[in-house]
Design a protein around this ligand. Structure first.
Ligand code: 8YV
Length: 320
């Protein structure tokens, strides 16, 4: 705390002008942009920082936490917290909030959009018309999704919404989850058997050391040459080299990806392939949802600073 106002260190780059959180933070405290500070300025300010703001695509490792000896709250602008050292945050008894639920519908919508984009070849259809090819050529046939099988790998908050949307498309739903759920859909023991059953495999599993490269060559081969992969979770869940090989060798029909192992860098091979649809991690990227996420981040920070229970603490960390 400096001059009576809480001090907020923001790790989200200020160049991201579309970010609705950035103008909101000064309502709560004095904000410093981590990426704009010189090492000397950082050293001066760091001991006074109360709140650290990050996002799911940023890293908050122990070394970052070490900089702020008086830190009280870590706020994540996102539902996923795989970049945050949650164990260390809990060990230090810090408050830690994230933004579940408010983004589930948008992320699920993107899964459906990607599924339709890859099966009906929407990006190629758009390019075909723009290039003036329609009067002279036939556009190749796509594949239907109605009455086909969707495998939701990870029936959590977002996975459930994906499954509900798929039902409206009259798809048959299968899923994996750590524990059986009270849902009318078929549960599979593991992702390989789900992939073998499904026509479209949608990955909605949190990234942890245990789920690293869960979607490997074996799972892709189980999905098979008629099967499509949709990843809206994290790039690290998929063995990228194995996926590129499977796509190049047409051992799966296609992949639609919103997330990448080394994002924002995307492997050059993906850009050359016809049987992929690529998006720049836009699952939650609508005005409405990003504003709801910003509201939730601000509310959690306010509550935490006031010593009141957080609305959405990260599991494994304290609520108040
Ligand atoms: C965001 C996300 O892209 O919530 C998550 O886990 O990956 C996304 O909602 C990200 O947090 C925004 O920077």
């Amino acid at each position: 705390m400096l001059e009576g106002r809480p001090l907020i260190m923001n790790l989200i780059a200020s160049r991201i002008t579309t970010h609705p959180l950035l103008p909101r933070l000064p309502e709560i405290g004095r904000v410093f942009q981590r990426d704009e500070l010189t090492p000397e300025a950082l050293a001066d300010i760091a001991p006074h920082v109360d709140v650290l703001v990050g996002a799911s695509n940023l890293k908050v490792p122990k070394a970052e936490l070490d900089l702020y000896p008086n830190l009280r709250i870590v706020a994540d602008f996102g539902v996923g917290y795989d970049g945050f050292d949650v164990e260390e945050i809990a060990r230090r008894n810090l408050l830690c909030a994230h933004t579940p639920d408010v983004l589930s519908e948008d992320v699920a919508d993107l899964a459906v959009g990607l599924m339709l984009s890859i099966t009906r070849r929407l990006p190629q259809a758009d390019a075909f018309v723009r290039a003036g090819r329609w009067p002279k050529e036939n556009f190749p046939l796509g594949r239907r999704i109605a009455r086909r099988r969707i495998g939701v790998a990870g029936l959590g908050r977002i996975g459930r919404v994906v499954a509900q949307r798929a039902e409206a498309f009259r798809m048959e739903v299968g899923y994996t989850s750590q524990h059986p759920k009270d849902v009318p859909w078929r549960r599979f023991e593991d992702v390989k058997s789900l992939a073998a059953w499904a026509d479209v495999l949608v990955v909605v599993i949190p990234a942890t050391p245990e789920t690293h490269h869960l979607i490997n060559a074996e799972v892709l081969d189980a999905l098979g040459p008629e099967g499509y992969l949709v990843n809206i979770a994290r790039g690290a869940l998929v063995d990228t080299a194995a996926l590129i090989r499977a796509l190049e060798e047409k051992r799966i029909a296609g992949a639609a990806l919103d997330v990448f192992e080394h994002e924002p860098e995307v492997e050059a091979e993906f850009r050359k392939l016809e049987n992929v649809v690529l998006a720049p991690h836009i699952g939650s990227a609508t005005v409405e949802t990003r504003c709801a996420m910003a509201d939730l981040v601000c509310e959690n920070i306010r509550l935490g600073l006031a010593g009141k229970p957080l609305l959405t603490p990260v599991p494994g960390t304290r609520r108040a």
